[in-house]
Each structure stands twice: as structure tokens, then as C-alpha cells.
Design a protein around this ligand. Sequence first.
Ligand code: ADP
Ligand code: MG
Ligand code: ZN
Length: 197
Amino acid sequence: MAGKLTLIVGPMYSGKTSALLSLVEIYALGKKNYVVFKPEIDRRYSSEYVVSHSGMKTSALVVGSSESLHARMRELDGEKVQAVFVDEVHFLDEGIVDVAKGIIDQGIDVFCVGLDMSYRQKPFVVTAKLMAVADEIVKKRAVCHNCGEYNAVLSYRTTNDIEGDIDVGGMEKYVAVCRDCYKILSSKKTVHPQQAD
Ligand code: ADP
Ligand code: MG
Ligand code: ZN
């Protein structure tokens, strides 16, 4: 039987990695065979662990591309892996879509976690394509940094030094905000996030 592809998406601090870690724990408690991957680009906290903002963590294999993730999976062939987890999937190349499809066709469940939009509200194509082929999508929310409501669906860059859609950072650069507060905060900025390119 084919596996299932689940996508967990949302803005920063919306509990995506925490959700992944909870799922990993379920597989660990059940003594299942699973693999956790993280892209090489994300070295905010640790290069060998997937770490949530609240400090929970699990060890992970670091991969530089979808092809190296594919290669690692081929190496594990025969070990009866039941689930594959990928954190920060938006940092991987689009090849991950076919790689994920290949893995679920082998009867392995795949859980991908990532940002759905950049801080400029531009969809990450990798995440969007994975969502298109997913069996299940979970959209998470965070607490809005500005108004305190639990309706933050956007990541907002607090600094003015715009550097393109991908610029790895944490609380020193990004906050989660609701749509209304995104507009309010953007209107106060000298460089508007959606205009800069
Ligand atoms: P993500 O992977 O989506 O960035 P994490 O799972 O790593 O999120 O972190 C979620 C944790 O971040 C929460 O459990 C909470 O402790 C913390 N946190 C910090 N700021 C916020 C916020 N604005 N809204 C929700 N959680 C927040
Ligand atoms: Mg995360
Ligand atoms: Zn708000």
C-alpha cells in the first residue's frame, strides 16, 4: 500500500517544527523505523538536529539537495523505513516533489514541514507544489506579534535590509503577524516588503 504525503505549513513560530517533533515522538514510541532530514542551508540552531523555537529537538540527517536526500534513502533501502520527515522543506529544490512521490509509492509515509510564504507574502514554489500533490495539508497559525491574536498567518521582517526571499534568521529578523498587522507595520516602513525586489 502506498504511503501518504502530509504537509505542515504556516508562518514562522506557528509550531510547524513542534508538530513534526510530536509526530517523530509517536514513531519513536512505537519503535518504528524513521528518518528525519533537514536542509543544509538551515544552520540557525544546530547542524545535526531539528530544533523547535521552544528548544525541543531530534537528530537529523543534513542534506544539501533533493538528490542527496534521494541517495540517502537508497542507502537505507531494505531497512524498512516507515516514515520520512523533512523540516524546512522550502529550502530544498523542486526535485523534492518527485523524490517525495517516489518515497510514498514505496509505501513510506512522508511528512514535510515548511514555510508556505516568504516574508514578502510570495508563495514558496517548492511548498506549493508539495501541497498540490499532498494527501493532507495542515495550515498552522502563530500568535500575532503586534496584536496578540492567534491569527498570524504571515512572517514579517522587522529589519529594513531587504535581501531577497530567502534570508535565514530568527526572532532578531522575523516575527509572525496577522494580515491586518502586516499592513499596519508595512505602512510604517520606509522600504515596503512587497515592493522591494
Ligand atoms: P516553526 O517551526 O513553525 O517556526 P516551532 O515549532 O519551532 O515553530 O516553534 C513554536 C514555538 O515557538 C511555540 O511553541 C512557542 O513556544 C514559540 N513562539 C515564539 N513566538 C511565538 C508566536 N508569536 N506564536 C506562537 N509561538 C511562538
Ligand atoms: Mg521550524
Ligand atoms: Zn495582528
